[in-house]
Design a protein around this ligand. Structure first.
Ligand code: TMP
Length: 219
């Protein structure tokens, strides 16, 4: 069985978490082995880098290098081996988040990010088939982008927990992040599905499930 790589994206407060768990269960019910993981994170080193990225002030290039370093470790140790074994990898964020947060949110150079992405995600060096990407750059087979207005996300986050560096950003930052996701969707139309996250949890789940079924990944 071929490996399958699905990522969840969206601004903070978009409500990805419950649906990640539900999607993993749906695949397990089909007899698939599922690895649920997240970025930045998913390995000891990447989780250590995550703590720095989420809490320490730094310039956008430093931030970009750290998230890509975390990603490299995560791909080598977790994602690539799981895909090679034919598993389903469900990942809470992947490189689209770097383009959205560092590229659009922090106005960091999009082309530099593309160069870093090509280095970090080159499928040939990872011994992987070029999953759904003619550039031979590892990408998810499907990216579920949970899209909702920044103001709605801010309301959901308010008072929920102590905000980290990103969660404490103003709505204007998240509007830019959303525009970054929209740009990535334009650049990668085949693997992106935009989910309307500004509706009931059940409505969001039905849309997400329909997107996965439309790809033929679930019956
Ligand atoms: P999470 O709260 O959804 O787990 O994501 C962690 C935070 O890190 C979130 O605010 C988005 C941010 N982030 C980046 O800025 N760049 C990245 O490349 C990734 C993966 C996440």
């Amino acid at each position: 069985m071929n490996g399958l790589f699905i990522s969840f994206e969206g601004i903070d407060g978009a409500g990805k978490s419950t649906h990640i768990a539900a999607l993993a269960q749906a695949f397990e019910a089909q007899g698939r082995v599922v690895t649920v993981t997240r970025e930045p994170g998913g390995t000891r080193l990447a989780e250590a880098l995550r703590a720095m990225v989420l809490n320490d002030p730094m310039d956008p290039l430093t931030e970009s290098l750290l998230v890509f370093a975390a990603r490299r470790d995560h791909i080598c140790r977790v994602i690539a081996p799981a895909l090679a074994q034919g598993q389903v990898v469900v990942c809470d964020r992947f490189s689209d988040a770097t383009f959205a947060y560092q590229g659009a949110g922090r106005a960091f150079d999009w082309d530099v990010l593309r160069t870093l992405e090509r280095w970090v995600q080159a499928t040939e060096a990872l011994g992987l088939e070029p999953y759904a990407d003619a550039e031979a750059v590892l990408q998810p087979n499907l990216t579920l982008w949970f899209d909702l207005p920044a103001a709605v996300a801010a309301q959901r986050l308010a008072g929920a927990r102590v905000p980290d560096k990103f969660e404490s950003q103003p709505s204007a930052f998240f509007e830019k992040v959303s525009s970054g996701y929209a740009r990535r969707m334009q650049e990668h139309p085949l693997r992106f599905a935009r989910i309307n996250a500004d509706q009931s949890a059940e409505g969001v789940w039905q849309e997400a499930l329909a997107a996965v079924r439309a790809k033929g990944f679930l019956p």
